[in-house]
Design a protein around this ligand. Structure first.
Ligand code: AMP
Length: 183
């Protein structure tokens, strides 16, 4: 089963992705985590990504695609995967379709819907480096302009499912389980 989880910063994607990954025994692929570890290890990709991430912008499609492509096509992803934080632009979504073009297409795009103001508070409480209020605002702006166009993109393909993210974590998981219909 190939799943994409998407939603604005702080909507709980990471938590839900971990849960689905464990329940279905499929890898959890978070581009945010991959990029953060590239930054920590000071690799070439990390050095390029660091400043953009600190400002709350999007790392270039070229860089992100280079790290996702090999990962998605690797052997442990053959039975499925859950993508968390990717794609974030229509170009990334198109490229993903292109390189999955071996019969392994996306089954579900789960969109976690939340209220921006409540989330702002949740993120400030989380206290990560890129969770400073002005940076969070920038991440929301980036989400609204670059990532929201993915909604019609996946709606057209009939695989977009809305999930109410403004409820307890367990309730969100329940809703996801119902959509996936598998556990
Ligand atoms: P996340 O943990 O998913 O919120 O990602 C943290 C940061 O990594 C984002 O604010 C972006 O700067 C960068 N990032 C993660 N995934 C992507 C992506 N698919 N495209 C571009 N930048 C990304």
């Amino acid at each position: 089963m190939q799943i994409i989880l998407f939603g604005p910063p702080g909507c709980g994607k990471g938590t839900q992705a971990t849960f689905i990954s464990q329940s279905l025994s499929i890898p959890h692929l978070s581009t945010g985590d991959m990029l953060r570890s590239a930054v920590t290890s000071k690799s070439e990709i990390g050095l390029k990504a660091k400043e953009i991430m600190e400002k709350g912008g999007l790392v270039s499609d070229e860089i992100v695609l280079s790290i996702v492509k090999d990962r998605v096509l690797s052997i442990d992803c053959q039975k499925g995967f859950i993508l968390d934080g990717f794609p974030r632009t229509v170009n990334q979504a198109e490229k993903l379709e292109f390189f999955l073009n071996n019969g392994q297409s996306i089954d579900f795009v789960l969109r976690i819907k939340v209220n921006e103001e409540d989330i702002l508070k949740r993120l400030i409480d989380r206290g990560r480096d890129d969770d400073k209020p002005e940076i969070i605002k920038n991440r929301f702006k980036t989400y609204n302009s670059e990532t929201e166009p993915l909604i019609p993109f996946y709606e057209e393909r009939g695989i977009l499912f809305n999930i109410n993210g403004m409820q307890e974590i367990e309730k969100v998981s329940e809703e996801i389980k119902k959509v996936l219909g598998v556990f």
